[in-house]
Design a protein around this ligand. Structure first.
Ligand code: FAD
Length: 467
């Protein structure tokens, strides 16, 4: 069949990976088409992920801080929550960013095509648009179709009270009781939001710690605060099934510590995300897809078919927006003829919970498991004037060094703004910094960033007694 549209570069999926790849391709002179099934560009991250969740977390933070203010003599009354307005605020934030992306696409003359795409050959994609099926012929392609929430079996998914992260972000009401299944980053972020809004939240996690990718000590201050705020956490516990009844969702648990109550107004299932690689008829293009739906790529983001690249959540863990963006840029540059490959040493992870938890590079748990000779330096925020001043001393900054070279190879921070603070340590690891490089760098006083320099000085032995 004849193609309706021809292009040098086709990008499939307009999430952070896809739009970055499309914009970079266009900037490098490739005639680019961006295919996205939804009207809005931005993918999961912008529409139902990073951005709306952070808008709601900000509201939660304000509620919590307003309560804290009583400690230093400022009391507000009981907060009144106008849910429509809060939802409206979140939608406005997303809308503004979506509009910005549309403008950037237009400016670069990236042609966007709205509809679901499937491969029909190694050089053709069929897109089901509202005006019928369009056949796009491409010289090169970047697949950026992302991921979606895992729908666990044993849950009545046809009942609106059972939610995935997308449903939870819709904020249709503030349930009296909420069961969060899965204590990873997304589950705990939503637990913070709903708990601050007034829901009685119960979190159930199958593993023996919350946020299993992070070091246990890093998670403890969050676990302690959640408990203080009345969030019930059950570790080593599994939800076997949930029955939808008119009086609530009845959960059956198995495991080490099971909740006393079993009836909830709503259930949020946040047990991970599954890649969309298996839904694109990629085999018709000759592209290999694993049984789980991931698309294997090399260091240049090329699939087994040399003119087809893949990036973002569907090429593997960690499923994070900044990884997708980085890969998107790389794939576009390689497609445009640049001699480049993936060289990132580390990718930071951040949970925007309250307090935030951020880590990068080797964790202490990994170092132990691998038998690495490491030095660990920890600076408790109780010794930071800034943390004391804002009443948030529960945090700490931990640096992990190679014992022989003194180079920093990992870091973990828990506390307010940990996500912003971790960037310095990603740079330190990328640049091969030694403890003294960080210690000798003058950090502004009084900031939480000083905790990074202090930890490095502890490692160097410059500080033995905290002052
Ligand atoms: P996606 O964002 O998944 O985009 C893929 C796009 O492809 C989608 O728009 C989809 O509609 C489209 N698509 C798929 N198949 C087709 C098809 N056949 N035809 C046409 N279009 C198609 N990450 C962070 O780094 N920081 C955070 O704070 C953070 N918070 C999150 C909070 C939540 C609640 C969730 C769910 C995720 C969060 N993430 C966060 C993860 C982040 O959203 C993803 O890592 C990121 O969106 C991946 O980008 P991507 O480009 O690979 O794919």
């Amino acid at each position: 069949a004849k193609a309706d549209i021809e292009c040098e570069m086709l990008v499939l999926g307009a999430g952070p990976g896809g739009y970055t790849a499309a914009f970079r391709s266009a900037d490098l002179g490739l005639d680019t088409v961006l295919v996205e099934r939804y009207d809005a560009l931005g993918g999961v991250c912008l529409n139902v992920g990073c951005i709306p969740s952070k808008a709601l977390l900000h509201a939660a933070e304000v509620l919590v801080e307003a309560k804290h203010a009583a400690d230093f003599g400022i009391e507000f009354g009981t907060p009144k929550i106008d849910l429509d307005k809060l939802r409206g605020h979140k939608d406005k934030v997303v809308g503004q960013m979506v509009k910005g992306l549309a403008g950037m696409a237009k400016q670069r003359k990236v042609r966007t095509l709205t509809g679901e795409g499937r491969f029909v050959s190694p050089h053709e994609l069929e897109v089901r648009t509202q005006e019928g099926v369009k056949r796009v012929r491409f010289a090169q392609c970047i697949i950026a179709a992302g991921s979606q929430p895992v729908k666990l079996g044993g849950f009545p998914w046809d009942d609106a009270r059972v939610m995935d992260s997308t449903d939870a972000l819709m904020l249709s009401d503030i349930p009296k009781s909420l069961l969060v299944v899965g204590g990873g980053i997304i589950g705990l972020e939503m637990a913070c939001v709903y708990s601050a809004l007034g829901s009685q939240v119960t979190v159930v996690e199958f593993m023996d710690q919350l946020m299993p990718g992070a070091d246990k000590d890093l998670v403890k201050p969050l676990a302690d605060l959640l408990k203080k705020r009345g969030v019930a956490v059950h570790l080593g516990c599994k939800v076997a099934k949930v029955d939808a009844k008119t009086d609530g969702l009845h959960a059956t648990f198995e495991g080490a510590s099971v909740p006393a109550g079993t009836k909830y107004d709503r259930v949020l299932v946040s047990v991970g995300r599954a890649p969309n690689g298996g839904k694109l008829d990629a085999d018709k293009a000759g592209v290999q897809v694993t049984d789980r739906g991931f698309i294997p790529v090399d260091k240049q983001m090329r699939t087994n078919v040399p003119h087809i690249f893949a990036i973002g959540d569907l090429v593997g863990q960690p499923m994070l927006a900044h990884k997708a963006t980085h890969e998107g840029k790389l794939a576009a540059e390689v497609a445009a003829g640049h001699k480049k490959e993936w060289v990132a040493r580390v990718i930071p992870s951040v949970a925007y919970t309250d307090p935030e938890i951020a880590w990068v590079g080797v964790t202490e748990t990994e170092a132990k498991a691998k038998g690495l000779a490491v030095g660990v330096a920890k600076f408790p925020w109780a010794a930071s004037g800034r943390a004391v001043g804002i009443g948030r001393t529960e945090g700490f900054t931990k640096l992990i060094f190679d014992e022989h070279t003194e180079r920093v190879i990992g870091a973990g921070i828990v506390g307010v703004h940990a996500g912003d603070l971790i960037a310095e340590l990603a740079l330190a690891i990328e640049m091969g910094c030694e403890a003294s490089d960080i210690g000798h760098t003058i950090h502004p006083h009084p900031t939480l960033s000083e905790s990074v320099a202090m930890a490095a000085e502890i490692q160097e032995g410059t500080i033995t007694d905290l002052y």
